[in-house]
Design a protein around this ligand. Structure first.
Ligand SMILES: [Zn+2]
Length: 377
């Protein structure tokens, strides 16, 4: 049945895949329709195996929403007399999985290259497309299983894009070290792809605000030290792990293999929301009540009951970090900006339009971090 392992340059690879106890044929067929052009129109295979005959224009319309599997999309489009065709091109996926391997740009050619049964009719060709997709995706999973975690994510992300007919892949990651970038750049070079790097230069305080905003958007509030310890995704970074990342940061250089490398400064988009004022507990007694939304903020070293009394006098909400001393384990201890950002988030206000009233350098730093104006009281 054409399964001569000597003719398959990747058979060793597959054998290694088997060592990882990954059965070669157990994966399901991908859930996409398939399309071939014939002398009289198109053959369309639905994911349940039904094969229909369609006009070229019907095939084009149906392809727009479903991205069928095809072999060599430009050739299929030309044969159907179409300007373009939205599809998942298996030839592109083949080129990704086996760069620099030759394959005739036909369904038969792909089957030969992959040791699959070679189709004799158009019906067999359209039925072979999902089999080809499965074989290539399995091979890709084998490659990924042998690669590093970064490589795996990159390879899978790129392949998904290419399987959907993309010619460009955008990889959005923190990539804070040379090592994390190296495998991605190497993978792109293997595809003879050009690598364009865009480095967003984010100052530490803006990065802190981003971490906190992400947490507030995901959880609706700041997570406490115990919750942060358990959080596994990027919506619950601890202040210490964030500092560590910043300390280990290696800005990229062109010599790493970038064809183009740009650095762009981080610019925060203005946020909707009304103005208000933040008042440091230390100066609260010097201020008067106004109509503006007001928050009184303090760290635990202050007396909690006294903070609440001061807030009440100003018609304000009290914001208190209840966590102890030592290295910061929470985002709410000033001068970290969590308390203030959480207050704004809950009240749907914008910190950019706030005034921070305070007396110390910490208060001033807080104001600068959230982009608010500072007033010494
Ligand atoms: Zn705290």
């Amino acid at each position: 049945m054409g399964r001569d392992s000597r003719s398959n340059p990747r058979s060793l690879h597959r054998a290694i895949g088997l060592c990882y106890a990954r059965p070669v044929t157990s994966s399901a067929l991908p859930p996409w329709p398939a399309l071939v052009a014939t002398a009289r129109g198109a053959l369309w295979r639905t994911p349940d195996g039904t094969i229909e005959r369609l006009s070229a224009n019907d095939a084009r319309l149906r392809a727009i929403g479903t991205l069928p599997l095809v072999c060599h999309a430009p050739a299929v489009a030309a044969r159907l007399g179409l300007e373009d065709l939205k599809a998942r091109d298996l030839l592109a996926l083949f080129a990704f999985v086996r760069p620099a391997h030759f394959c005739l740009p036909t369904v038969r050619g792909l089957c030969e290259a992959l040791d699959l049964d070679v189709p004799a009719t158009s019906e067999e060709e359209v039925a072979a497309l999902p089999e080809i997709a499965r074989a290539l995706i399995d091979e890709l999973e084998d490659m990924a299983a042998l690669a590093s975690p970064e490589m795996k994510d990159t390879a899978l992300a790129m392949s998904r894009a290419l399987a959907q007919g993309a010619t460009h892949a955008v990889l959005d990651n923190t990539y804070t070290t040379r090592a994390t970038r190296a495998s991605t750049i190497e993978a792109a070079k293997k595809q003879a792809a050009k690598v364009r790097g865009i480095w967003l230069d984010v100052p530490l305080h803006e990065a802190q605000v981003n971490v906190i905003q992400r947490m507030l958007e995901a959880h609706g509030r700041l997570l406490g030290p115990e919750e942060l310890k358990k959080q596994r995704d990027n919506t619950g970074l601890t202040p210490l792990s964030h500092f560590r990342t910043v300390r280990e940061l290696e800005p990229p250089s062109k010599e790493e293999g970038f064809d183009v490398l740009e650095t762009r400064p981080f610019v925060r988009a203005p946020r909707d929301g009304a103005a208000g004022r933040f008042v440091a507990f230390e100066v609260a007694e010097k201020l008067e009540r106004t109509d503006e939304p007001t928050f009184v903020f303090a760290w635990t070293e202050a007396d909690k009951a006294a903070v609440e009394v001061a807030a009440q006098r100003l018609g304000a909400t009290a914001l208190i970090c209840p966590h102890g001393g030592g290295p910061p384990t929470c985002w709410c201890r000033p001068p970290l900006p969590g308390l203030l950002l959480e207050g704004c988030h809950r009240a749907k206000l914008s910190p950019l339009w706030f005034v921070v009233s305070g007396s110390t350098e910490t208060h001033q730093m807080l104001a600068a971090t959230i982009g608010a104006r500072f007033v010494t009281v």
